[in-house]
Design a protein around this ligand. Structure first.
Ligand code: APR
Length: 258
């Protein structure tokens, strides 16, 4: 019994010290590097982990600033080719299905850091160096939580580096496809560089029998924000059309809305 209790204590401790988070982080990092020769050079997954965890360990999990991840961004620098960047809002699943099938496009979650952190929750505590994956603040518990600040920082970095023509996949099956409060609206479009970006191409994805239009109020608001600095297009496309296109070998590189 003593042994069993001792074993149990060790198990909890491993999780509490971030054993599982570190394991997932390093495993995903290595998996990404194995399949992406172009980013492999100069990146050490243990160094990336160290930079990541130093952003939030031993700190109040409601006081993690966006800037806390600056060091991490420098450790995991990655160049994304012009014309390939896809931004999205309320279309996560579709955008990722699309970039998985059409390798000439990339979302933030197709970059090293986005790939590692996608779907994870993490935080530290002021009382020690442990890393937690549960009991952490939610997205809206406090603004400066480790997860929200990470995505704001990573999204800002991704958007700053965007060049050429960028694609934004928005959801045509909801009343407000564009929200100024979303990460796309509050972080990414503000970081778009007019010196580097030519077109912002909005693709509004909708379902049959649901009225969608580029004239939607929220899209007019987006257009007004973008138009002084960028060329802008907006195209509506049915989800079924994109799904068919994903399997079309004649269109290895998309796009699926021409
Ligand atoms: N609670 C929990 N998670 C949230 C919340 C919330 N209230 N709001 C946003 N998120 C997280 C979730 O992980 C969600 O899948 O952000 C993701 C995107 O939220 P959306 O509202 O769908 O989109 P948006 O806020 O515009 O962010 C998407 O940011 O991740 C980058 O480059 C990416 O262009 C993309 C944009």
């Amino acid at each position: 019994l003593t042994l069993a209790i001792a074993g149990f204590a060790v198990l909890i401790r491993t999780t509490e010290t971030g054993g599982s988070l570190k394991y997932v982080f390093i495993t995903r990092c290595k998996e990404y590097l194995e399949t992406h020769d172009e980013v492999r050079v100069g990146i050490d997954c243990n160094e990336v982990w160290d930079a990541f965890q130093s952003s939030f360990v031993a700190k109040d999990p409601c006081k993690i600033s966006v800037e806390a991840y600056d060091g991490l961004m420098n450790t995991a620098k990655q160049k994304v080719p012009c014309n390939e960047m896809v931004f999205w809002s309320k279309t996560k699943q579709m955008a990722h299905k699309f970039t998985q099938a059409k390798k000439c496009f990339m979302t933030l979650e197709d970059t090293l850091l986005g790939f590692i952190m996608d779907g994870l929750t993490w935080c530290g505590s002021q009382d020690g160096n442990d890393t937690y994956t549960s009991g952490c603040p939610n997205w809206n518990t406090c603004e400066q939580n480790p997860v929200r600040s990470f995505w704001s920082r990573a999204s800002a970095h991704f958007a700053e580096s965007a060049c050429g023509n960028v694609t934004a996949m928005l959801n045509g099956s909801i009343d407000k496809p564009f929200s100024a409060k979303s990460i796309f609206g509050s972080v990414e479009i503000k970081k778009f560089n007019p010196m580097k970006i030519n077109y912002v191409n909005v693709v509004l994805i909708g379902r049959e029998n649901y009225p969608m239009s580029c004239k939607n109020d929220s899209l007019q608001e987006l257009e007004k924000t973008l138009i002084p600095k960028f060329k802008y297009t907006c195209t509506t496309v049915l989800l079924s059309t994109i799904l068919k296109c994903l399997e079309d070998p004649q269109k290895p590189c998309g796009p699926c809305w021409d």
